[in-house]
Design a protein around this ligand. Structure first.
Ligand code: CP
Ligand code: NVA
Length: 298
């Protein structure tokens, strides 16, 4: 049977996504002897920096009884132009799953095509699906089922924004995206989400009455050369106290981290009472453990 991959959030059916999130919450209280991945290995290919993704996958594998291998691209033969297809074939003969973080969704798809074992997207230029498992879990834990609610994305229509939009469709909430026209979310993602996503130019209008406000860095990894231009274009899209005051009274604030205080979000908001960013970061661990179980334990 072909391996099941997780390269974007929409690779899941709605009921599967709900099951994984529910399991993630349950795993927080699992007994330490729950070790379904005993003797199994996850290869983690990183072409870009990471704190949360690396640590959460490594700790998660270890908690489930398995092992994770850190493969920094530059230190592997991938960094010396060994084809991805050969790498996929070799890793799938020794490892039970592969996680990859790079700047090419197309390359991740190629890797998956040649892999006998599940391939997980740990971030690409287009998607960050593991982040959304943790984010939806966090929303459930703080405010219950997000079905019928409204989240507002303010800022760059980037990889994390695309995954939020796909999650909106699967979990039945509305995602209002307030982004400059230069940095809109991906067209294919907007098409997938249909009426679950609304593009609203004015961040104040988008934030009105929202249940959740979320943003991310204005300069994603790999876009550093555009930083000055982005700072200027995105300046009106900062999440600050004034913007938060337009959202629902009990609205929560999310950010996948790493954050840049006084750029996309003020310190007052990210370090304030509505912020749940550290629960969100911790949930990367539980959500990915649930994902690994879903992909690897029949
Ligand atoms: N949110 C996130 O993916 O963080 P890292 O870049 O630290 O992995
Ligand atoms: N959008 C950011 C997310 C980092 C976790 C980036 O791609 O750098």
């Amino acid at each position: 049977m072909a391996a099941r991959h997780f390269l974007k959030f929409s690779a899941l059916q709605a009921d599967e996504a709900r099951r994984i999130v529910a399991r993630a919450i349950e795993l927080k209280t699992a007994r330490p002897e729950h070790r379904p991945l005993l003797g199994r290995t996850l290869a983690m290919i990183f072409a870009k920096s990471s704190t949360r993704t690396r640590v959460s996958f490594e700790v998660g594998m270890s908690k489930l009884g398995g092992h994770a291998l850190m493969l920094a691209t530059a230190q592997t033969q991938l960094g010396r132009e060994e084809p991805l297809s050969d790498t996929a074939k070799v890793l799938s003969r020794m490892c039970d799953a592969i996680m990859i973080r790079n700047d090419s969704q197309a390359d991740q798809e190629e890797l998956a095509h040649h892999s006998r074992v599940p391939v997980i997207n740990g971030l690409s230029e287009l998607h960050h699906p593991c982040q959304l498992l943790a984010d939806v879990q966090t929303w459930f834990e703080h405010r219950g089922d997000p079905r019928g609610k409204v989240a507002v994305w303010v800022g760059d229509g980037n990889n994390v924004c695309n995954s939020w939009i796909e999650a909106a469709k699967l979990f039945g909430f509305t995602l209002r995206a307030a982004t400059p026209h230069q940095y809109r979310p991906a067209a294919e993602v907007l098409k997938f989400a249909g009426k679950s996503v609304e593009l609203i130019d004015d961040p104040a209008k988008a934030a009105a009455g929202a249940d959740l406000v979320v943003t991310d860095t204005w300069t994603s990894m790999g876009r550093e050369a555009e930083r000055a231009e982005r700072m200027q274009i995105l300046a009106p899209f900062q999440v600050n106290r004034k913007l938060m005051s337009l959202a629902a009274k009990d609205a929560i604030f999310m950010h996948c981290l790493p954050a840049h205080r006084e750029e996309e979000v003020t310190a007052e908001v990210i370090d304030g009472p509505q912020s749940v960013v550290f629960d969100e970061a911790e949930n990367r661990l539980w959500a990915q453990m649930a994902l690994l179980e879903f992909l690897l334990v029949p």
